[in-house]
Write a protein that binds this ligand. Structure first.
Ligand code: NAG
Ligand code: NAG
Length: 392
């Protein structure tokens, strides 16, 4: 990756230098437009411009400052460039990104995600990062909410056994756990299911994601804790947003989200929507102040380790008038589960999850982040699914 970047920089430099040398020879500088240009010069200059454009196409995109993402540590702007040809924003092959702020470099590529959790350390190679199994991640997040009859079979899938990533996702049981399981498992708590939840969120976002007449949407939507991209894909496949950012802490979840994005044909041809996957910490969101129109977090808040930081950060990155839509479990659901178990001890790793006792406590939490209480609405679906809508 480094080689390609260097090569691209050198080639670009040589080209610029030779253009200048060429102009200097003819007594032309780019700063004197009044200079009479002969048709020969014009042709040569055009030719050079064409060559230069061709070269850039070959070598990748020019670095440009990202207008949303920033360095999570220093808060400096970051530049992202692709060190290979990217046609139509989609590439079947792996194209490494160069992601850097003035102080730090980050990892990223077209076939995975942009890692803004922390700067890449010097000399680190791309395959060195440890990834836990996506199934384990899923179980950690979801198993307390999965109805008892499903939990046994799910847990037996992990059982300390190492399952290769590829096999894992071709297994029907795991697909079930991931996406269909979501619908069926969470339905018991009152969750409306991903299709309806996505519609509810997009209805709420509509006023801030309006598309200018005849124009393309410029609005930016974040799917926070996107996991396998259940909602990210739904948001991206509408043409309501200019940019969709699927964000998660887990590398394995993002890898699976990417795989599913690639699999969905309609997403390979997005013309007006830019879709990125970003690894981040919701307690330290690597995004600029007031850069986001809509932020969705589906069944995610109960997994956030520091809720106060998360809501302070969400409030910070939303534009004035920007909207948050999130769903989560009320703790009453656990009582139901425990009674179904007949033994409360079966609810796994309770301390790993946040418990929301009541609508009031949820409202207090969101308000603490900066939201005005008059702009927070919380609805309860079924027996324990809280739907939070909040406007900055
Ligand atoms: C890449 O990472 C592996 C595992 O951490 C390490 O053993 C290896 O030395 C690294 N290679 C380079 C070139 O840094
Ligand atoms: C961004 O917002 C935070 C919190 O409101 C503030 O402390 C910081 O100065 C802001 N940064 C910029 C660049 O405006």
């Amino acid at each position: 990756m480094r080689f390609l970047v260097t090569e691209s920089l050198i080639a670009g430099f040589l080209l610029v230098s030779s253009t200048e040398a060429f102009n200097a020879q003819l007594g032309v500088t780019s700063l004197s437009p009044q200079t009479t240009t002969t048709s020969l010069q014009a042709t040569k200059t055009d030719e050079l411009a064409i060559q230069k454009a061709k070269l850039f196409k070959l070598l990748g995109t020019k670095p440009s400052t990202d207008n949303v993402l920033e360095d999570p540590v220093t808060k400096e702007p970051i530049e992202i460039s692709a060190s290979g040809a990217l046609l139509g924003g989609d590439s079947r092959s792996r194209v490494p990104y160069t992601v850097k702020s003035a102080s730090n470099s980050f990892k990223g590529s077209s076939d995975s995600f942009i890692d803004l959790l922390e700067p890449a350390t010097e000399g680190e190679n791309t395959s060195s990062s440890s990834s836990s199994s996506p199934l384990n991640d899923f179980l950690q997040r979801a198993s307390p909410y999965v109805p008892v009859p499903l939990r046994g079979p799910l847990a037996s899938l992990t059982d300390g056994e190492y399952i290769p990533m590829r096999d894992l996702f071709t297994s029907p049981a795991v697909s079930f756990a991931y996406e269909r399981g979501w619908r069926q498992g969470f339905a018991q708590a009152g969750f409306p299911g991903p299709d309806i939840e996505a519609e509810m969120a997009m209805d709420y976002f509509a006023p801030v994601a309006a598309v200018a007449p005849g124009g393309f949407s410029k609005s930016v939507i974040v799917d926070m804790s996107c996991a396998t991209g259940l909602f990210t894909r739904r948001f991206a496949s509408t043409d309501r947003y200019g940019r969709v950012l699927g964000c998660d802490y887990s590398e394995s979840m993002l890898t699976e989200a990417r795989r599913r994005i690639k699999e969905q044909r309609s997403l390979a041809k997005l013309k007006t929507t830019k879709l990125d996957l970003v690894r981040l910490d919701v307690g330290q969101i690597p995004m600029r102040n007031e850069s986001i129109d809509c932020l969705h977090a589906g069944a995610a808040m109960h997994c956030w380790p520091d809720l106060d930081s998360a809501f302070t950060e969400i409030y910070r990155v939303l534009k004035p008038g920007g909207r948050y839509f999130g769903t989560t479990f009320l703790s009453s659901y656990f009582a139901t589960l425990s009674s179904m178990d007949g033994q409360g001890s079966n609810v796994p790793s309770q301390q790993a999850f946040q418990y929301f006792e009541s609508v009031d406590s949820l409202e207090a939490l969101v308000a603490k982040g900066g939201f005005d209480r008059s702009k927070i609405q919380i609805e309860v679906l079924g027996n324990a699914c809280a739907v939070i809508r909040a406007e900055k």
